[in-house]
Design a protein around this ligand. Structure first.
Ligand code: PEP
Length: 252
């Protein structure tokens, strides 16, 4: 059965001590849940990855990075490689977040390289895709998402693809307080699973976790996660408050 996953994308937020406190509060809260129904991934800023990995050791929580280089090593000032993440026991990496595409000009071709590098180093990609509001209004949202997935992921072998998590994040819903309706999200998730069936077959598609991201919060998570093709969430703002993040984790 495919995994339910709740991943928190902290973006560029929190001081070191605030980050420590937030992780400890999340771990305390998880201790009180009999059997969490989702895998939990926390993606703090890169500077805090070492501290985060130390805190979650011997807990079921995983740590993810928010970005990594497409290059293996060398003269790339300021960059962090997949092998570095692996050497720090970081298990996941968010790739292709719309903020990286928009502010750092990440392209599908770069993302294809990043996905390859992550997988070659046993780092599991959380691959983000999603359309602008204008693209949805023009009725082009499915084509946009299909293109992003085909360009960055469909060169993978079935065995490689089986290690990818997809996060559908409509850009118009990220950080805006406007959530895709459960029906809109389900429609896109079903569409994405359909493309994966076409490329890799039903068995792999059924095992692929497809997360929803975009103003998912403690109030709306239950309704979103009840949809058959929504396997959890990539959570921004609400992941910065332990109580809200825990409520989302309990929303299956
Ligand atoms: C995100 O940045 O991945 C995200 C989903 O943000 P928010 O939940 O704040 O919309």
């Amino acid at each position: 059965m495919r995994k339910n996953i709740v991943a928190g994308n902290w973006k560029m937020n929190k001081s070191f001590s605030e980050a420590e406190t937030l992780i400890c509060d999340i771990l305390d809260g998880l201790d009180k849940i009999d059997e969490p129904l989702a895998d939990v991934v926390i993606c703090p800023p890169a500077l805090y990855l070492e501290m985060a990995v130390d805190l979650i050791r011997e807990t079921p929580v995983c740590i993810g990075a928010q970005n990594m280089s497409q290059f293996a090593s060398g003269a790339y000032t300021g960059e962090i490689s997949a092998s570095m993440l692996q050497s720090m026991e970081v298990q996941y990496c968010i790739l292709g977040h719309s903020e990286r595409r928009k502010y750092f000009n990440e392209t599908d071709a770069q993302l294809a390289q990043k996905v390859d590098s992550a997988l070659a180093n046993d780092v599991l990609p959380i691959f983000c895709c999603g359309e602008e509001l204008s693209e949805r209004e023009a009725g082009n949202h499915q084509n946009v998402v299909k293109g992003q997935i085909e360009n960055a992921l469909f060169h993978l072998t079935p065995d490689q693809f089986a290690n990818v998590v997809i996060a559908y994040e409509p850009i118009w819903a990220i950080g805006t307080g406007v959530t895709a309706s459960p029906e809109q999200a389900q429609e896109m998730h079903e569409f994405i699973r359909g493309i994966v069936v076409g490329k890799y077959g039903k068995a792999i598609a059924e095992e692929t976790s497809i997360l929803y991201g975009g103003s998912c919060n403690a109030k709306n998570a239950k309704e979103l996660f009840a949809k058959p093709d929504i396997d959890g969430g990539l959570i921004g703002g609400a992941a910065l408050v332990a109580e809200d993040f825990l409520t989302i984790i309990k929303s299956f």
